[in-house]
Design a protein around this ligand. Structure first.
Ligand SMILES: Nc1ncnc2c1ncn2[C@@H]1O[C@H](COP(=O)(O)OP(=O)(O)OP(=O)(O)O)[C@@H](O)[C@H]1O
Ligand SMILES: [Mg+2]
Length: 231
């Protein structure tokens, strides 16, 4: 569903991505792992048009989206949950969901989202800043879906969350893929990755250097970790 070829991007004159090729199919979780600073977040930003591309192409289904701005990407169906969630602390849960919404959602209506996240329904009138870290993450995911996202990019969604909340996030991710969403998950939490991913992509120095299905990742995880993740 989401596909990139040869993405190159960076900051100023510094290059970070050196040809990122990836496929994130509908109904599957595609995980990207890799050491700090290899370009995982930069890849998401480059795909979304938050960062200008120096080269490469981005496709959503049959449609080429290369070079479009982030608003176009969101309208086309890409939802993004940035690192650190970045919800609006001074807006209520419902206001957070409605902000930036230009038309009523068809797939992920407010009702459906509040069904998916019962905690948010209970806290609908609470301010963003009054939510727990887990609730904020749920809100950030709900907000990314409310634009009828077909692709959901999650940048380290479980960072700093308690194990019980991590399990809840895993449940939500499974539910979304069952609904046909393509999930692109950047994660440091390898246990969660093993749990929810269908395929694992390893990134190093601005490229995808290895792609394995989750069964292989489970059986050869130790070697993969040793090769690409240990310092
Ligand atoms: N706004 C920025 N300006 C300049 N350089 C940046 C900026 N953001 C990131 N970088 C650099 O780009 C490289 C890739 O960063 P990126 O955030 O994509 O890594 P990451 O794989 O997401 O790492 P982490 O696991 O720490 O989140 C790093 O060397 C980083 O220092
Ligand atoms: Mg990052």
């Amino acid at each position: 569903m989401l596909r990139t070829r040869g993405l190159e991007a960076g900051y100023g004159t510094g290059r970070v991505l050196f040809g990122v090729d990836l496929d994130a199919p509908s109904g599957e979780v595609t995980a990207i792992i890799g050491r700090n600073g290899v370009g995982k977040t930069t890849s998401l930003k480059a795909m979304l048009g938050i960062l200008p591309l120096k080269a490469g192409k981005v496709f959503l289904g049959d449609e080429e989206l290369t070079g479009r701005d982030v608003h176009h990407m969101v309208r086309a169906g890409i939802g993004y949950v940035p690192e650190g969630r970045q919800i609006f602390p001074q807006l209520t849960v419902i206001e957070n969901l409605r902000v930036g919404q230009r038309r009523p959602p068809r797939t992920w209506t407010e009702d459906r989202l509040l069904e998916l996240f019962p905690n948010l329904r209970e806290r609908a009138k609470n301010l963003g800043k009054a939510l727990s870290g887990g609730e904020q993450q749920m809100l950030a995911i709900a907000r990314a879906l409310v634009t009828d996202a077909k692709v959901l990019m999650l940048d380290e969604p479980t960072q700093g969350l308690a194990p019980k909340v991590v399990d809840q996030i895993a449940d939500v991710i499974r539910l979304l893929t069952a609904e046909g969403v393509a999930v692109l998950l950047v994660e440091q939490n390898l246990a969660l990755t093993e749990n929810v991913a269908d395929r694992v992509l390893v990134m190093s120095k601005g490229k995808i250097v290895e792609t394995v299905d989750v069964e292989t990742f489970r059986s050869e995880g130790e070697e993969i970790r040793h090769r690409w993740l240990t310092l």
